[in-house]
Design a protein around this ligand. Sequence first.
Ligand code: ZN
Length: 325
Amino acid sequence: MKIKIKFTRILVIKIFSVLILIATGCLLMANAACAITLGVFPVILSLAFFTACFAFWIYDEAKQKNKRLKSYIPTFAIILLGCIAYAIWFTPPPAALITTGRYGHGTPEENETVDAILGEARAKERFELYFQWFNVLHETGHCIVWFNGGSRPQIVDEEQLVNDFAVAFWTYYGEEEKLGDLRLTVAQALDNIGRPPDKYANHLEYARDNWGKSGFFTFRNYGWFQFSCVNGSLGDIKPLESVLAEMGVANVSVRPKRTLAYPAIGEGAAAEIIGDAVAILREWGATIPAVYHTFDDNPNNHMIQIKRNVFGSMDRSYILAIAEQ
Ligand SMILES: [Zn+2]
């Protein structure tokens, strides 16, 4: 049986409406999930276009079925209100949320692995130095890459780049003692983990081949990759200005060298460190949105996400490390 589709004016409009709605949805999801700052206008334009098509659709259907246009008003109003609410939801500017895992709050196995890798006796101190001091800069680095116009590198290369950045930043602003401890922490961790299969020439090749595969994102495997990146960065320290330029920051403005001293590194210091670093990095020319910080009990969970502070929801749930510029 042959199905003949007659492309009437109304069918074209219907197809068009659905396509526009799908495109708007994708646009909104991209806006929410990534650092893409599309602004409100494309979203409003797309929704307005969809509403116009939909109005026409309803008008035509009412005419065909000989129904009164008034009977469609509730449906139309619900859809229109839904679209407006959806647009409002995505209107606030994007903000970054840095999550750091907590030492000793994971499952017994997770805690044991952390201790075994970081060296039993000083594991807590090393964990906090690495994650609440060094790694928050690593996460901030991702945010700089996403918000500063340059093209995004391949995911594994981005990890190496943001570690180069974090090392460059702390070499410029960090206390010497902490940098020394960082070197020891990384060296000890790499020693304790040992090497993944010999078939990989280096950590970048290993990560490219295993990214996303099961078992990759564990403290041991992903840790080996990250510690190897940091080890590489520490072995070839780049000037902060050149790393920032590589991350897409246009017109890097070199600021005077000074030391940011934090006598007590730990969970209480993470948000303060992020706030201080972001304020300085904005002076260097980097565009960075508001940054929030939160903790996760899983010691493996260290990440940065882009979210929207809808009706102050982020202010209620997380610590504001630094507001929007
Ligand atoms: Zn990363």
